[in-house]
Design a protein around this ligand. Structure first.
Ligand SMILES: [Zn+2]
Ligand SMILES: [Zn+2]
Length: 70
C-alpha cells in the first residue's frame, strides 16, 4: 500500500525554448540564435547568417528598431 507520486521535472522540459528568427521567420531553439542588438521580446532573436545578409543588403549594421549596432 503506497501512493504513487508522479514528479514532473519542469526544469528539463522548459530548457528548450523555441523562438523565431525575425528575419527569415524560421522557428528554432533559442540556442541557435544570436541576439544582435538591444531589441527584446519576439524580435530579439535572429540567425547570425540572416543578420549578416540583412546588413549587406542595407549597407549598414544598425538595427532599424532600436538603432543599436548589430
Ligand atoms: Zn533566420
Ligand atoms: Zn534592435
Amino acid at each position: 500500500m503506497g501512493e504513487v507520486v508522479i514528479i514532473i521535472d519542469e526544469t528539463k522540459s522548459s530548457k528548450l525554448r523555441i523562438s523565431r528568427c525575425r528575419i527569415c521567420h524560421e522557428e528554432e531553439a533559442e540556442s541557435f540564435f544570436e541576439v544582435p542588438c538591444a531589441c527584446s521580446g519576439t524580435v530579439k532573436f535572429a540567425h547570425r547568417d540572416c543578420i549578416q545578409r540583412w546588413c549587406n543588403e542595407k549597407g549598414n549594421t544598425t538595427c532599424e528598431i532600436c538603432l543599436q549596432c548589430a
